[in-house]
Every structure is written in structure tokens, then in C-alpha cells.
Design a binder for this molecule. Sequence first.
Ligand code: ADP
Ligand code: ADP
Length: 228
Amino acid sequence: MASITLNNIVKKYDDGFPAVNDVSLDIADGEFVILVGPSGCGKSTLLRMIVGLEDITSGELQIDGQRMNEAAPKDRNLAMVFQNYALYPHLTVYENIAFPLRLAKGKGSDQEIDAKVQQAAKLLELQEHLDRKPANLSGGQRQRVAMGRAIVREADAFLFDEPLSNLDAKLRGQMRAEIAQLQRRLGVTSVYVTHDQTEAMTLGDRVAVLKKGELQQVASPRELYEQP
Ligand code: ADP
Ligand code: ADP
């Protein structure tokens, strides 16, 4: 687990217009922060800079107090959960979850990997589906497999990029509750990007509101509700 600190972060793409403009935010170890705002306000750009998929134009990113602007994605130990799940269709649920461990050298023996996969599967109630392929799973189950993969990596933080936006309303409600519960149980630092007001107001400890690349407000859901 880790704290994430953004100090005056700016992102300018080639057109020179700031997609993210002077954003500062302290995310505490174990905290669940929701990044909300309309399409095009810079949410994905900010998330991609944190994970290292996009260069930071100016400002500083720190993870546990260490400058990380120049660190490669693999050296940041952050796990991203995408909206399209990014599962491997030809691999079983078990192998999808085990994948990051098989890839990483020194992540343990088959036995150790098995223990981690089984533990994650239990947490996510996927034990009965371990031999199935993603195509034979529901949207919610696929989402859980994607989270399983993040869990076994023992990442310092989870970064969610609109993970529920492809699901129907009923499943979205169900998964919302699951994600909130899971995040609390794991206590892992999480940043969750959404344009959905309900998700923003029900999921996290704090809500950061972005508008045209600028941070308008950071408050708890309760404080936001109580605003005139
Ligand atoms: P959101 O995730 O909130 O929808 P984005 O971070 O995707 O917003 O986009 C923020 C702004 O940056 C938008 O104006 C978008 O057009 C622009 N943008 C995003 N990605 C690129 C890119 N690769 N090149 C140029 N402009 C981009
Ligand atoms: P390459 O282009 O050499 O494959 P990348 O920089 O794309 O390398 O990724 C290197 C490592 O960084 C990957 O093995 C993966 O563990 C990690 N990584 C890449 N993208 C992400 C992401 N979106 N979320 C979390 N980790 C990532």
C-alpha cells in the first residue's frame, strides 16, 4: 500500500492546451478517492500519468513520498482495472488471475502462485469458475477476474478507469457494492475514475471533482450532499 501525492500536475498534449491544469491532491495510504467529471475533463489523462502511461508535462508525482515522474510503469507497482477488463480470452479464469505472477520473475513457485490465486478467488467468490474461459462468464464475473489479477500482484494501489461503464444498470449497482466492500476489506489505496454521479457519491472516502482539467473541489460524499 502507498500514498499518492500530486503536486501541481500539468499535462499538455501537442496542441498545447492543458488537458490537466495544475492539479494537486494528497491521497492517503488506504484511501479510496473518486475522480469525477464530464467526458473530456482530463480524468483518464490524470490516471494515465499516475500509472506511467503518459508523460507529465510539469509538476511532481510522488508515491510514498518518492518522486516517480520518470519511473517506468513496471516500477510503480500500481494495478490498473480497465472498463473492457483486458482479460485473455484463450486462458482460463485461473490462468488469467495467475498471469501477472507467471510473468514476474521471483514471484514464487507454482505452489505459492496457486495459494495466491486461490486466496484471491475465494475473496472474489470465483472458486467455482476457475476452469472457465472469460467468454463463459457474466460481465460482473469478468470484472471480478480483472480485480483478481490486480489483487495477486499485491500492488501498492488500484487505479480504476470507469470499470463499470459497460455493464447494465442492475449489474452496475451490484458491482458498485462489491467494489466498495472489497476495497474496504483489502484497505488498498484506490483511485477510481467515473463520470457517474451515483458511483461518485456512494463508493469512496473522498470525491475529487475535475472540470476542464482543473480540480474544482475535493470533499467527502457527505460534504457534497450537504452543499446548498
Ligand atoms: P476524460 O477521461 O475526462 O474523458 P481525457 O483525459 O480523455 O478526459 O481528455 C482530456 C482532454 O485531453 C480532452 O480535451 C481530450 O481531447 C484531450 N486528449 C486526450 N488524449 C489526448 C491525446 N492522446 N492527444 C491529444 N489530446 C488528447
Ligand atoms: P512494454 O511496452 O515494454 O511492454 P510497458 O511500459 O507497456 O512495457 O509495461 C511494462 C510493465 O508495466 C508491464 O509488464 C506491466 O506490469 C506494467 N504496466 C503497463 N501498463 C500498466 C497498467 N495500465 N497498469 C498497471 N501496470 C501496467
